[in-house]
Design a protein around this ligand. Structure first.
Ligand code: SAH
Length: 504
């Protein structure tokens, strides 16, 4: 007999899922999921596990609740560890009650793993409490979906008008009715109301209004996106800490393959910005590494190895591992690193670079080598991507050095078109960040040249350095903003400085 875990996936940000839920996802044999879940969580599911999408997709018929229950029972009877993954908490407007009953009737063992429900996530996103010792002693979760004209309404509007904080889910087109009902039942017209759309997603947005405003102005909210409404005095307590985040309410798109500890992504989020990821390139190993191996085997032929990216360090390290070498193999060869991240990765490997240029460009690397008399008569090994630029080679050869370039990794364009949940044209984007010419071309290819042109006319394009800016200019970007320091830290500092100064 199998087992069913009824799991809350949290409100959207994959970081808000519980450790227990992750454990269950990583060990399940079948996952039955809704639509409104952080899709990144599905990456945690083992490759061999069965994935069944029972979510309601626009334009498609809904999978009936009974059918979902049948699937859960059938999969458990196959002896599988089944995860039923639901948005938020499974016990809040999640129909988990029916699923529990069905499993119980079928004699199938199950557990419930709670999740962060949308209302709680919305309050956290807005920086407000849902209860407060002086203002609200209770909080009520309410469905906004019920027809307010219904004679046999389950909702007691009079009671709600007297209650503490109210959190409405599934508000759709019902905001005017909710406002009207609460006012009619005695809640003051000026009662603050907060609409939190897509809480915890990068595209999250928050609007403060009043009950009267809700009643009289249906325009305050566009239906079609998940949102909750928080009614009560607590809504005015938007935190000063959150208010002071320098990039609050800003939205950026990243086009490079950001890893978990990516400095640009982490810092922009820390400073309060929303970050949408549209990776447009991928780093792959070279198809044939014999050339790289041959050159590394003759390390003593070189005076310097030049690393200008983390990818190069990784590729070389992998070869070392494959061949069972350690860092002693570098012998007396000197090592240069361009960029803080490259240098840090070398340090993790036990290597303190002999040279890290102050600015993080290849040009600066050359200047520094030259000023130390380390070009003429010296021999350089340069592990790089297949499409690396020739500037460094040219300068070193011209300066009387010997330059050996070897392909260590490939930069591959990601071809699938990119469709964010909300169309790009409806988002107000404060900047798109490019970290190389290949990200510029890749992003344009992913979103299509027409959509790119629209963005290129008005949206700030942040560039990591001169070469990237040149590529942006060539394909018609108008508002190009170039970081003075060419690495991810430098670019994020630059964005922060220019975006938080009024008028820039
Ligand atoms: N079980 C879920 C709720 C499912 S009902 C939970 O505990 O959160 C679906 C409703 O949840 C949506 O209509 C919307 O009101 C709310 N919702 C879900 N995700 C949301 C989000 N990220 N931001 C705001 N509201 C959200």
């Amino acid at each position: 007999m199998g087992f069913v875990s009824l799991i809350g996936a949290g409100p959207g940000d994959p970081g808000l899922v519980t450790v227990r839920a992750l454990e269950k996802l990583r060990t399940c044999e079948a996952v039955v999921h809704d639509r409104l879940i952080p899709y990144q969580l599905l990456d945690e599911v083992p490759a061999g596990a069965e994935r069944i999408d029972v979510g309601k997709h626009p334009g498609k018929a809904k999978v009936p609740q009974e059918k979902i229950q049948e699937i859960l029972i059938a999969k458990a009877r196959e002896g599988k560890r089944v995860v039923r993954l639901k948005g938020g908490d499974p016990g809040i407007f999640g129909r988990v009650g029916e699923e529990i009953e069905a499993l119980q009737d079928a004699g199938i063992p199950f557990e419930v793993v709670p999740g962060v429900t949308a209302g709680i996530a919305a309050a956290a996103a807005a920086g407000i409490p849902l209860t407060h010792r002086d203002i609200a002693s209770s909080v009520t979760f309410v469905t906004g979906h019920e027809d307010p004209e219904r004679e046999d309404s389950h909702l007691d509007w009079g009671e709600m008008a007297r209650a503490g904080t109210l959190v409405f889910y599934m508000i759709g087109k019902h905001l005017p009715d909710i406002g009207e009902r609460l006012i009619e039942s005695g809640r003051p017209e000026a009662t603050p109301a907060l609409i939190v759309r897509e809480a915890s997603y990068p595209t999250q947005s928050i609007a403060l209004t009043t009950l009267a405003e809700l009643r009289d102005n249906p325009e305050v909210f566009q239906p079609g996106y998940p949102a909750v409404l928080v009614v009560g005095e607590v809504a005015t307590m938007r935190s000063h800490v959150q208010n002071s985040l320098p990039l609050r309410d800003k939205l950026f798109v990243l086009t490079h393959p950001a890893e978990a500890d990516d400095p640009l992504q982490t810092r922009l989020s820390q400073w309060g910005a929303g970050v949408l990821l549209c990776p447009s390139i991928r780093i792959d190993p070279v198809e044939e590494s014999t050339d790289l191996i041959k050159k590394l085997t003759h390390m003593e032929d070189y005076d310097w190895v030049l690393f200008t990216s983390k990818n190069a360090v990784r590729a070389v390290r992998e070869i070392f591992q494959e061949l069972g070498w350690d860092i002693r193999r570098f012998g007396n060869v000197k090592i240069a690193a361009v960029g803080q991240a490259t240098s840090r990765l070398l340090e993790d490997w036990g290597i303190v670079p002999d040279l890290v240029p102050e600015n993080f460009t290849a040009e600066d690397l050359f200047r520094q080598l030259e000023s130390e008399g380390e070009v003429e008569g010296r021999s350089f090994l340069f592990p790089c991507s297949k499409i690396a630029r020739e500037t460094l080679a040219k300068s070193i050869l011209a300066g009387g050095g010997d330059f050996d370039r070897v392909t260590a990794y490939r930069t591959v364009a990601i071809e699938e078109p990119w469709h964010p949940d909300i169309p790009l044209s409806e988002l107000s984007i404060d900047g798109i960040c490019f970290t190389s010419s290949s990200t510029v071309r890749g992003f344009r290819a992913r979103i299509g040249s027409e959509a790119f042109q629209v963005l290129a006319n008005s949206t700030p394009m942040y560039s990591i350095g001169p070469k990237t800016s040149q590529t942006l200019a060539e394909i018609g970007a108008r508002d190009i903003r170039e970081s003075e320091v060419s690495d991810l830290e430098g670019l994020s500092d630059y964005i922060r400085r220019t975006q938080s100064e009024p008028g820039t």
